[in-house]
Design a protein around this ligand. Structure first.
Ligand SMILES: [Zn+2]
Length: 150
C-alpha cells in the first residue's frame, strides 16, 4: 500500500484548536485499511478536562467507532510529540505506528522525559516516526505562545 501522510489534516485540526484558544495540537487516527477514523484538536479548556489532549480524543472516538478497546494496526498522526499520558494510552490501544511533527522538550514522553515506549513496563511499542512536517507543527505552537504573551 502506498504511504499517505495525514499530517496535513492533523495540522488543520491544530490550527482550529488554536483558534478556539486551545494549545494548537492536532491528531488523526487512520485504520489499517486507510480509512480515517477520527480527527481532533486539543479541547482541555473547552471540556475542563486535563486529559482532553488531541491524541486522547482521537483514541476515544476511534475505539467507540470500532467498538473495540484496541486499535491494532491503526496509525496515529499528531503534530507534537505525545506527552507521557498520551504515549501510555497509545501503548494501551496497541496503535501500530505513530507519526509526529515537532518534538517537545518540555512535556514530551516519547523521545525524552520518561520515554514511555522504551520503558520495560510498556505493553506495546509502536513504530515511531518523528519530524513529519516538523517545521509547520513547530511554527504553529511558537506563534501561539508568542501571541499569548503579548
Ligand atoms: Zn498528551
Amino acid at each position: 500500500m502506498q504511504f499517505k501522510s495525514h499530517m496535513d489534516k492533523a495540522l488543520e485540526a491544530a490550527r482550529d484548536a488554536g483558534a478556539r484558544g486551545e494549545v494548537p495540537v492536532g491528531a488523526v487516527l487512520v485504520a489499517s485499511d486507510g480509512v480515517l477514523l477520527a480527527v481532533a484538536g486539543n479541547r482541555t479548556r473547552e471540556l475542563n478536562d486535563p486529559t482532553a489532549h488531541a491524541e486522547m480524543l482521537v483514541i476515544r472516538e476511534a475505539c467507540a467507532k470500532l467498538g473495540n478497546e484496541r486499535l491494532t494496526g491503526c496509525d496515529l498522526y499528531v503534530t507534537l510529540e505525545p506527552c507521557p499520558m498520551c504515549a501510555s494510552a497509545i501503548s494501551h490501544a496497541r496503535i501500530a505506528r505513530v507519526y509526529y511533527g515537532a518534538s517537545d522538550p518540555k512535556s514530551g514522553g516519547v523521545a525524552q522525559g520518561p520515554r514511555v515506549f522504551d520503558h520495560s513496563q510498556s505493553h506495546h511499542t509502536p513504530e515511531v516516526y518523528d519530524g513529519i512536517a516538523a517545521e509547520a507543527c513547530e511554527t504553529l505552537l511558537t506563534d501561539f505562545f508568542v501571541n499569548k504573551r503579548r
